[in-house]
Design a protein around this ligand. Structure first.
Ligand code: MLT
Length: 254
């Protein structure tokens, strides 16, 4: 695991392969290791950069409240540190929200965008208090409640559920709570989709229980150069449940 010191924050990341820079951003409440199944399928064509977002994996936690744009700024600082000007930016679910925040703030640094099990819309108003209440409970009680409830929503595969539960239990409570608050406060990104001149690969499981396929279709309809792959039998974790199809779609962004 590599560490970059960025304005006082230690950000952990893995790097594999060579070719077009591709940043793979994990979702909530996980870390970069969710991408491991697709690394062998991507590393011959991409310079893969797999960060742990602030508050997750081996990156530092931050105690003050932050936004998804702050997380995107961490990634821009990581690219600066690696002396990479432009990259393909792909994110899973919350990682997709961070990718969209990156595209809004640094459009000239984006060569292509990947949205895996993600969406462009903000939370509906009724979801925000639920996120904030969960953040409060996680801060007080730890990540146990999330680790119990989330795996069944992520995938129908029992072995994968067990592995994801262990992964969630390893995440710091400050990071899980911070991400919940950041997601609750994120803006709607629909307004920027039609401005993208780069290709957008949208990868979505038809059995996703967290973000419905309609959200992915809406993104496809709003971008100029979109490519949507709908995966039969996959839930919210296509990079683990359908590695080949996910990697093929990301490979179109080379
Ligand atoms: C994720 O998988 O990153 C989150 O569940 C997305 C969300 O809660 O909106």
């Amino acid at each position: 695991m590599n560490k970059a010191s960025l304005n006082g924050l230690q950000l952990a990341y893995e790097r594999f392969g060579r070719g077009t820079p591709l940043v793979l951003i994990h979702g909530y409440p996980l870390d970069h290791t969710i991408w491991n199944p697709v690394v062998p399928l991507l590393e011959s064509g991409f310079d893969l950069i797999l960060p742990d977002l602030r508050g997750f994996g081996q990156s530092d936690t931050v105690r003050t409240q932050y936004t998804l744009t702050d997380m995107a700024a961490d990634l821009a600082a990581l690219l600066d540190f690696l002396k990479i000007k432009t990259a393909v930016i792909a994110g899973h679910s919350m990682g997709g929200y961070v990718a969209l925040a990156f595209a809004r703030r640094y459009p000239l640094r984006v060569r292509g965008l990947g949205l895996v099990a993600s969406q462009a819309i903000a939370d509906p108003p009724e979801k925000k208090p639920a996120r904030t209440q969960m953040a409060d409970r996680v801060e007080t009680n730890g990540v146990g409640e999330v680790a119990e409830s989330m795996p069944a929503l992520l995938t129908a595969d029992a072995d994968l559920q067990a592995a994801l539960k262990q992964l969630i239990l390893r995440q710091p409570r400050e990071g899980v709570a911070g991400a919940l608050r950041a997601m609750a406060n994120r803006p709607d990104s629909t307004d920027i989709l039609s401005t993208f001149d780069f290709p957008v690969a949208i990868i979505h499981g038809l059995a996703d229980k967290i973000i419905p396929i309609e959200s992915a279709r809406d993104v496809r309809a709003a971008v100029k150069k979109g490519y949507l792959v709908e995966i039969e039998g996959a839930g919210h974790m296509p990079m683990m449940e359908a590695q080949q199809v996910t990697a093929e779609a990301l490979n179109t962004l080379r």
